[in-house]
Design a protein. Structure first.
Length: 457
């Protein structure tokens, strides 16, 4: 990749520039009027990526509801953009008109020096000592919630795991464990995600978009109400208490708005993405009972009801099942950035302020990197095969570079703690021939929320 070394004009601010759509020299079309490629992105993102690649090559036009840019799937380009040594690719501007409408100011959506400084705040929350406390809270909540699942008629997995993980995340990160508060938070997150993918993105009463915006306001008001309480209390150990008391270099507190934005994004990332991931893990284990039993026997071999922090590192098969589920059903199927200066990608000049869409899921099933890429085969991650190391950026389930997921070990801990208790308590199956329609947006999961048959052990 070549990047222009020409200095930006004095006073120039890339954040004030509109998206560049002068991309006539890029192969392909911008799809349907106004909505572009949205119908295919919602219904079959993997299929759309394959068709664009087959028809136009490694680069093509892509239009997501009027946000026009380029599609590029080459893992070499993904590497250059994620690592971004020349600081030429903006997260903030890339996400501004999509998830930025609900999660602006979150850690993923800020750039460069500001991002580096605020990321340091979060690193404290994910060090070993806090994690050893989190696992105790996690185990306790899981142990209280899952015993009743086996008594539910017509059990569907996703709503229950979402509620369980939100309860865990709310306790750990904002110190909330009241059932009514958890119910309120959950409903608002559900309403927000339902509305985020609306075709009509105007706040018209009665629309899902209006409900989503109302839910966002409800959540932010609730976080704001907690900040003064956390600043006045010395005994609380949740992350909101820490963030509320932390000071900037000039001695001032972070503003309430900054804290609210970070907490809103953190809670979403800590429960929704992992709920999606666990739903896909459980689906694959139900369809591959030999793997379900393999994990179960490993858990039973520990002879304990709940995992300890020191158990986590040795659970290699659990790690590989998580990675394989992410490969087949990635929580982040596509990432994007926006260029700041002109650059060259795949031999094409890319103007400043151009949106660059990277459908990561295309690389995750590319036979160039994976043997039998459509098959569920966690052993492909064992050292003897190490298929994920054939190219370091052909598989990036937690991102890469400065914006690599800061909570990846927390997510892995959630997955292992839940699976351990769930596998020891239940044997689970799906109906014969189960082949659900899989949704990708806003979170990859079976569209029917994964109906399960639970057998108590």
């Amino acid at each position: 990749m070549k990047i222009s070394q020409e200095a930006l004009p004095p006073g120039y601010n890339y954040k004030n520039q509109p998206d560049c759509t002068d991309l006539g020299h890029i192969p392909g079309t911008f799809g349907l009027p106004i909505i572009g490629h949205i119908p295919w992105i919602f219904s079959d993102l993997r299929g759309l990526s394959g068709k664009l690649r087959d028809k136009y090559g490694p680069i093509a036009k892509l239009n997501i509801g009027g946000s026009k840019g380029i599609f590029v799937a080459n893992p070499d380009v993904v590497k250059d953009i994620f690592l971004d040594p020349h600081r030429n690719f903006s997260n903030e501007k890339a996400f501004e008109n999509t998830i930025g409408r609900f999660f602006s100011g979150g850690l993923l959506l800020i750039d460069f020096d500001e991002h580096k400084a605020q990321r340091r705040l979060f690193q404290t929350a994910f060090k070993a000592e806090p994690m050893k406390q989190y696992i105790l809270q996690m185990n306790n909540i899981i142990a209280k919630q899952i015993p009743s699942w086996g008594d539910i008629d017509s059990f569907t997995f996703f709503p229950h795991i979402k509620q369980c993980l939100l309860t865990t995340s709310a306790s750990i990160f904002i110190g909330v464990d009241n059932k009514d508060e958890i119910k309120m938070l959950n409903q608002n997150f559900v309403d927000m995600f339902d509305g985020m993918v609306s075709i009509i993105q105007k706040e018209i009463p009665g629309t899902k978009w209006a409900s989503a915006k109302r839910a966002l306001r409800n959540l932010k008001r609730h976080y704001e109400s907690l900040i003064p309480l956390r600043r006045e209390t010395d005994s609380s150990s949740d992350f909101l208490s820490y963030l509320s008391k932390e000071k900037q270099p000039d001695g001032s507190f972070f503003s309430d708005q900054q804290i609210v934005d970070h907490i809103n994004f953190l809670l979403m990332a800590a429960h929704d993405t992992t709920a999606s991931s666990l739903t896909n893990i459980i689906m694959e284990l139900a369809k591959n009972p030999q793997w379900q039993e393999r994990l179960r026997q490993q858990s039973k071999g520990l002879s304990k009801d709940c995992l300890d922090y020191d158990d986590l590192e040795g659970m290699v098969d659990f790690d590989n099942v998580l990675l394989e589920a992410q490969r087949l059903h990635p929580s982040i199927p596509m990432s994007w950035r926006r260029s700041i200066r002109e650059c060259e990608i795949e031999g094409y000049a890319i103007p400043p302020n151009t949106l660059i869409y990277m459908p990561l899921l295309h690389n995750y099933r590319d036979p160039t990197w994976w043997s039998n890429p459509d098959q569920f085969d966690p052993d492909r991650f064992l050292p003897a095969r190490s298929e994920h190391k054939r190219h370091n950026f052909a598989f990036t389930p937690f991102g890469g570079g400065a914006h690599k997921c800061i909570g990846l070990h927390f997510a892995g801990m959630q997955v292992k703690c839940f699976l351990h208790q769930f596998l020891c308590r239940y044997r689970f199956t799906v109906k014969e021939g189960y082949a659900p329609k899989l949704m990708m947006i806003p979170m990859p999961k079976p569209q029917d929320d994964l109906p399960l048959y639970l057998e108590k052990i």
